[in-house]
Design a protein around this ligand. Structure first.
Ligand code: S3P
Length: 426
């Protein structure tokens, strides 16, 4: 795809919907495949990451049909997966490789999972360690990077595991393995990461217990296939929330968005900065809170971000940095070193690219110091083939002087395939 060109916009008055939640789509595919019987997943995300999870289960013999925005999945029950005939390609998807490692750990077969250049550099020890303690045999490049070769076992042991970093992917991998072990598996994390796995497990009839940041699951309980409706992805809505705040004289409303409080830390942080954001019509759909988000142009001020919020806005930190460049005063973000091991080193990527537009940002090992407000100037910027960097730079272009050119913009297909159309249409 050629570079995407974007010019500043003001007076935006838009109401829109964003594609299905990426995390919830992965979990819908995985848990529906493992449940007994057929189910329909409505509003799923047809992005590259989720297609990797779909293809992986097809390779295990699960019938998954796509029709418009629905998936028709024939669940195989707890013992039904076949060994894939070829190595599984997780592409760019950390969620696919980590969650499937948990699933495959409980099967009596060996499977290899690999990924693209970015995924091949992402740390896997965090799943290898607990899954090995449970009885899986896992080998990895240099003991820690993909490809992973997993020799599973139907005789997994339960564990009571304390995770060193808050990570929904690691927590979910352990819970998915625990579902196949005999007895109760518990996992505790140092912060409150997204809880979509535990919510969906509960929705499908698993025995799950949550106490603070500890989740336990009972093994051997059958999941009942049930239809799932996937809400819009808050992380995708976030680009338009920040666009609405930063563009002059604007209102942007996004309907049918997941507003799980483990995901909406960005709203908490932006409100503390003075943002006018409303969350309306909150209801529970398939055990997930869903509502409408309305963002209006706001004058922002700098804050010191509470590090406890970090897991609740981990994917939105590049956007928060952009918002901070437009806020008066200093914003300090700490406790975010996990950003260095995402699809790109997001601390380096977003600092480098926003500085090309004139922002005043000092990179820290685990975060940023940002001094604002700075009038951004249009520039030619890079995406690092990282969807969230590409989209954050597009929002920066919306509130900069002149034209911004984003190279390698096609990576948005990972989580938000129609992003360029939507942002052009504002
Ligand atoms: C995800 C968890 C987070 C997040 C990622 C999706 C998930 O990763 O950054 O985009 O679906 O569980 P970590 O578990 O590495 O924090």
């Amino acid at each position: 795809m050629p570079p995407f060109r974007i010019r500043p916009k003001v007076n935006i008055n838009a109401s829109l919907a964003v594609p299905g939640d990426k995390s919830i789509t992965h979990r819908s595919v995985i848990l529906s495949a493992l449940a007994e019987g057929p189910s329909v997943v409505d509003g799923y995300l047809d992005g590259d990451d989720c297609r990797r999870s779909i293809e992986a289960f097809r390779a295990c013999g699960i019938e998954i049909k796509k029709e418009k925005d629905k998936l028709y999945i024939k669940g195989c029950g707890s013992q039904g997966l076949e060994a894939p005939k070829a190595p599984v390609d997780a592409g760019n998807s950390g969620t696919t490789i980590r969650l499937l490692s948990g699933v495959f750990s409980g099967r009596d077969f060996t499977v290899k999972i690999f990924g693209d250049e970015s995924l091949s550099k992402r740390p896997m020890k965090r799943v290898i360690e607990p899954l090995t303690q449970m009885g899986a045999e896992i080998t990895a490049a240099n003991g820690q990077y993909p490809p992973l070769t997993i020799k599973g076992s139907s005789q997994l042991r339960v564990i009571d595991y304390r995770m060193p970093v808050a990570s929904a992917q690691v927590k979910s991998a352990i819970l998915l393995a625990g579902l196949q072990a005999k007895g109760i598996t518990s996992v505790s994390e140092p912060g409150a990461s997204r809880d979509h796995t535990e919510r969906m497990l509960e929705y499908l009839g698993a025995k799950v217990r949550v106490e603070g940041n500890t989740v336990s699951v009972e093994g051997g309980v059958k999941l009942k296939a049930k239809d799932i409706s996937v809400p819009g992805d808050f992380s995708s809505a976030a680009f338009f929330i920040v666009a609405g705040l930063l563009a002059k004289n604007s209102v942007i409303s996004i309907e049918n968005v997941g507003v799980n409080t483990r995901r909406t830390g960005l709203v908490d942080a932006l409100r503390e900065m003075g943002a006018n954001i409303e969350l309306k019509g909150n209801k529970l759909v398939c055990n997930e809170p869903v509502g409408t988000v309305v963002a209006k142009s706001s004058a922002l001020k700098g804050i010191s971000l509470d590090p406890e919020l970090v897991p609740k806005l981990i994917d939105e930190i590049p956007l928060l940095v952009l918002a901070a460049t437009q806020a008066s005063g200093i914003t300090v973000i700490t406790g975010a070193s996990e950003l260095r091991v995402k699809e790109s080193d997001r601390i380096k990527a977003i600092s480098t690219e926003l500085k090309k537009m004139g922002a005043n940002i000092t990179e820290q090992p685990d975060g940023f110091i940002i001094e604002g407000p700075t009038r951004l100037k249009g520039a030619e910027v890079e995406s690092y083939n990282d969807h969230r960097i590409a989209m954050t730079m597009a929002v920066a272009g919306l509130c900069a002087d002149g034209e911004t050119l984003i190279n390698n913009p096609e990576c948005v297909d990972i989580s938000f395939p129609n992003f360029w159309e939507l942002i052009s249409g504002l």
